[in-house]
Design a protein around this ligand. Structure first.
Ligand code: IPE
Ligand code: IPE
Ligand code: MG
Length: 248
């Protein structure tokens, strides 16, 4: 088991890993339990992934925890997810402080219940000066929402005469996204065997390496993360160039 970790080249780690944590409902159903049992058991996988990334030296970890579209789920499940968020956030403060991890969020957090917002803001403030790794929770997040907000913000700057139309660049777009200041994810992991992006970081993953595993999120452990990183490190990232150019 530890063998696999030793194969990882620490000099070529992705600086940012993004994860679509999927399969909680199916995991619970297979055990004859309610879907919410799956969400509860996904918390351990979050902790393992956060720890593993911090231990290795990954600088940014973004976890897709709740999408804009997830608001369409049954009210019972949404409520359970929101309470789970509150209880988990307050419990994880110790882990974040001990591991020197800073918490941030991306998404339309204004749409979250006030109790969740309050707990989140407290933990964001308390961990603001931590430097080992940044943990980003995507909450009420979707890429189309983020891009729409960015377009609105940029259009407003142009309308107010603060920005010239000709000055709009990829950099200006980056500056108006939720992920401003973060490096692009080099590795995107999705669990549960689904091969889709589900409205996650569409702009930012333009050149990310995609890794799909059949493991359901509540079963995801450090070893699974190591496997994903090893797969990433075996790939040649060409960015439009030829293999010969990359290796020159
Ligand atoms: C991921 O698991 C958690 C959230 C989307 C909040 P799911 O709840 O989507 O589980 P499946 O995909 O139905 O198995
Ligand atoms: C994506 O999972 C969102 C999160 C993991 C939070 P979903 O389970 O909601 O995605 P779809 O609906 O199957 O595409
Ligand atoms: Mg799902």
């Amino acid at each position: 088991m530890s063998g696999i970790k030793n194969q990882i080249n620490l000099n070529t780690l992705p600086s940012h890993i993004a994860v679509i944590m999927d399969g909680n409902g199916r995991w619970a159903k297979m055990k004859g339990k309610l879907r919410t049992f799956g969400h509860e058991n996904g918390v351990k996988s979050v902790r393992e992934t956060v720890e593993a990334c911090a231990e290795l030296g990954v600088k940014y970890l973004t976890l897709y925890a709740f999408s804009t579209e997830n608001w369409n789920r049954p009210k019972f499940e949404i409520n359970a997810l929101m309470s789970l968020l509150v209880s988990t956030i307050s419990k994880e403060e110790k882990t974040l402080m001990e591991n020197n991890i800073r918490l941030q969020t991306i998404g339309n957090t204004d749409s979250l219940p006030s109790k969740v917002r309050k707990e989140l803001q407290q933990l964001i403030d308390r961990t603001a000066t931590n430097t080992r790794m940044t943990l980003v929770l995507a909450l009420s997040y979707s890429s189309r929402w983020e891009l729409t907000e960015a377009v609105k913000a940029i259009a407003a700057q142009v309308a107010e005469g603060k920005l010239k139309l000709e000055s709009i660049s990829e950099d200006i777009i980056n500056q108006n996204l939720q992920t401003v200041g973060m490096p692009e994810p080099e590795l995107l992991i999705r669990t549960s065997g689904e091969h889709r992006i589900s409205n996650f970081l569409l702009w930012q993953i333009s050149y990310a390496e995609l890794y799909f595993t059949d493991v359901l999120w509540p079963d995801f452990r450090k070893e699974h993360l190591y496997e994903a990183i090893l797969s990433y490190q075996q790939r040649e990232r060409r960015f439009g160039m030829t293999s010969e150019q990359v290796n020159a």
